[in-house]
Design a protein around this ligand. Structure first.
Ligand SMILES: [Zn+2]
Length: 333
């Protein structure tokens, strides 16, 4: 049976009316928005993706856009379905930044020998937008998986049974896990794009270009969410890790994941990092200066934080990463 047949009552919502007003019950038509083709594209992609991940959560899951201008993305259960929510403001801000900074990023990318128009008839900004969108979606998808026990019966400890300190640690495990999961699945999508290119372009040099642009994309997500990384560094004072710490993790993950891709030789880190930095300075130079300053000043403490959470994540079976591994093995082996 088709994945969606069981939920035929949702079909009217699936084909249109996928933007929800803040009062959850009011759905409005996304084609009223000027970027309706991009919303449409996003829905089509997530529908296909949801079918591929059938069985990893117990209820069907769908993407909705929530009509509000603040940057926001979240995941929760609502009326027997899982909702991944992205605010229209966040989506539009991602788009606007790609539009506004696109030509300059493109110019710098070309100077760096990055030209993905050759590969997929796509501009650098279009690629960056798609990767950013994938990552936000997969990060929220991870939160749905964390809160669902269908795969291995494991759930995080309920907040009311945690001490304040335990809760903070657990919140950070959730966010780190969701970022790692998001980066892993985003990299799988990039791998698919790579494999769709003409064989003559399926080289380490091409993959290096894609890694550079995907690092820019993930930076863009956090640059928007943090309004240019202005907050001084902090560690476990709030329930989300500092954006600088999150970017640092994701930059490393994108290159190391690509490095392990089948059939492509080892990537040269020196072909990646300087080019990422060059494009980021075209994206937002002030923010990049803050990022570099924080990394130079607090690198040691950030390493400590990372080490602690690497160990923490390995201790739990409720993480999206742990559940994905079990689900994947049961499906593909
Ligand atoms: Zn999160």
């Amino acid at each position: 049976m088709d994945y969606f047949d069981q939920f035929s009552f949702l079909k009217p919502l699936l084909s249109y009316r996928r933007i929800i007003e803040r009062k959850r019950h009011h759905f409005c038509d996304y084609f009223e928005f000027s970027n309706s083709a991009l919303y449409e594209d996003c829905f089509q992609w997530t529908t296909k993706n949801a079918a591929l991940h059938e069985g990893i959560v117990s209820l069907p899951f769908f993407l909705y856009f929530f009509n509000k201008k603040e940057n926001d993305a979240f995941a929760y259960q609502f009326e027997q379905m899982n909702i991944i929510g992205i605010s229209t403001g966040f989506f539009e801000n991602l788009l606007a930044r790609c539009d506004e900074k696109g030509p300059e990023m493109e110019r710098v990318a070309l100077l760096q020998g990055i030209n993905i128009r050759n590969l997929a008839n796509q501009s650098a900004a279009e690629f960056i937008f798609i990767v950013a969108r994938h990552f936000v979606y997969f990060h929220e998808f991870a939160h749905l998986i964390q809160q669902d026990d269908i795969v291995n019966g494991e759930l995080p400890k309920a907040d009311q049974y945690c001490s304040q300190e335990e809760k903070l640690t657990q919140d950070h495990v959730k966010e780190r896990d969701a970022d790692i999961f998001g980066a892993n699945l985003t990299m799988s999508q990039i791998q698919l794009m790579f494999k769709s290119y003409h064989p003559q372009y399926q080289t380490a040099q091409t993959l290096e270009q894609l890694v550079v642009l995907s690092q820019v994309a993930l930076y863009l997500v956090f640059d928007i969410l943090s309004d240019g990384l202005k907050k001084p560094i902090y560690y476990e004072e709030t329930d989300h890790p500092h954006h600088v710490i999150r970017i640092n993790l994701l930059q490393k993950m994108m290159s190391s994941k690509a490095n392990n891709m089948d059939g492509v030789g080892a990537l040269n880190i020196f072909n990646i990092l300087p080019r990422t930095l060059a494009i980021l300075s075209a994206l937002n130079e002030k923010s990049l200066n803050r990022f570099v300053h924080n990394m130079n000043t607090y690198g040691g403490q950030i390493d400590e934080y990372e080490k602690k959470y690497k160990e923490e994540i390995e201790q739990h079976k409720w993480t999206a990463g742990a559940k994905m591994e079990i689900w994947h093995n049961s499906k593909f082996r």
